[in-house]
Design a protein around this ligand. Structure first.
Ligand code: TRP
Ligand code: SF4
Length: 333
């Protein structure tokens, strides 16, 4: 396995991020930026592959998401943060890669097949949606990234990226490293209703939620489903509130709650109140940073533009190599 130097990942702009995004992707990204050259970008073209009917909210979603990235600890001094659609080279490489990508590779992509079944209220019968992984491959290899931190659902896309890179190298000469996936451990915390935390399920706690919102949401959380009455003993191992305690409460509190729950010495209402208090305190630094960034919108714009300039330079340099590998570098006159 080759040594990892450069890491790249992206997210579709979905607006404000929740704790699932935070404990899944963002914590991991923030750690990686300490060790590697990191590129993190907003995949706004990818958002259009399934939501082409509603492009209007994308600009606001981009800003909100970048503010959350910064609030959660991504540092523009360490990571290059940018927006996909501002680096047109991704589209050029996507076009060229689409020439060499066999359609059956895309049709048998498990994510493609899943989404067609799951998102039945969306029109996914487009060329763009089928080509989603080709655009993603372009995003990755245009920076000649060695590694891509992603959740398990995105692993097939990194695999297709490797296949496309290999095919390109075979046809035109060795331009691209084959990137490997760095699997992001899935966050143990669930949504308020114990389903996966997701904006579309309406069960999420957002990084930007106010203390009052957090307290109100926590009070509605589903606990151990077998604990119907206050006097029933509970099982913290299957309680989502307890997962939050483990992440946000001091060790002594966690050590006290575990047996108290099992012996029904503490009720869920009180247990949630205590957890909410630590959760609110734990997220305070993130809310503080968000407040500062909201008060200085120019700073966010500058960060996006500086990152985009750096990304453009890298992407342009790779495209020079690509064009000459294909002989597509006619000079005028
Ligand atoms: N498909 C990814 C997602 O939905 C987003 C994405 C687009 C991406 N291009 C990428 C992730 C390149 C990693 C690398 O989460
Ligand atoms: Fe969960 Fe706490 Fe209730 Fe136990 S007491 S079931 S840990 S909320």
């Amino acid at each position: 396995m080759t040594e990892i130097r450069r890491v790249l990942s992206g997210m579709r702009p979905t607006g404000r991020l929740h704790l699932g995004n935070y404990h899944g992707a963002l914590v991991n990204w923030a750690r990686l930026q300490e060790q590697y050259q990191c590129f993190f970008f907003v995949a706004d073209w990818h958002a259009l592959t399934s939501d082409y009917e509603n492009p209007k909210s994308i600009p606001e979603y981009i800003r909100e998401m970048v503010i959350d990235w910064l609030s959660a600890g991504l540092l523009p001094e360490k990571s290059t943060l940018f927006v996909q659609s501002l680096v047109k080279e991704h589209a050029e490489l996507f076009l060229l890669l689409s020439m060499i990508t066999p359609v059956p590779w895309l049709e048998r992509n498990p994510t493609y097949k899943d989404q067609i079944v799951q998102l039945e209220n969306k029109d996914l019968s487009t060329f763009g949606f089928l080509g989603y992984p080709v655009l993603q491959a372009a995003d990755i290899i245009i920076y000649r990234a060695d590694a891509v931190p992603v959740g398990v659902d995105q692993v097939p896309h990194v695999e297709i990226t490797r296949e496309i890179a290999r095919r390109f190298n075979f046809l035109y000469g060795n331009v691209f490293p084959e990137p490997q996936a760095i699997l992001t451990p899935t966050s143990k915390i669930l949504g308020l209703d114990r389903r996966k935390m997701s904006k579309s399920y309406n069960n999420a706690i957002f990084l930007a939620d106010s203390p009052e919102e957090i307290a109100a949401k926590v009070s509605t959380m589903v606990t151990d489903p077998n604990r119907a009455r206050r006097k029933d003993p509970g099982n913290p191992e299957i309680c989502n509130v307890f997962e939050f305690h483990k992440l946000y409460s001091p060790e002594e509190v966690v050590a006290e709650i575990d047996p108290a729950c099992r012996k029904a010495e503490i009720g869920c209402v009180e247990c949630k109140k205590r957890m909410a208090q630590y959760l609110i305190a734990g997220l305070e630094p993130i809310r503080e940073k968000r407040k500062a960034l909201e008060a200085d919108p120019q700073r966010v714009t500058d960060i996006i533009w500086e990152g985009t300039q750096k990304a453009r330079k890298e992407a342009a340099a790779t495209m020079e190599l690509v064009r000459s590998a294909l002989g597509l570098n006619l000079q005028a006159g």
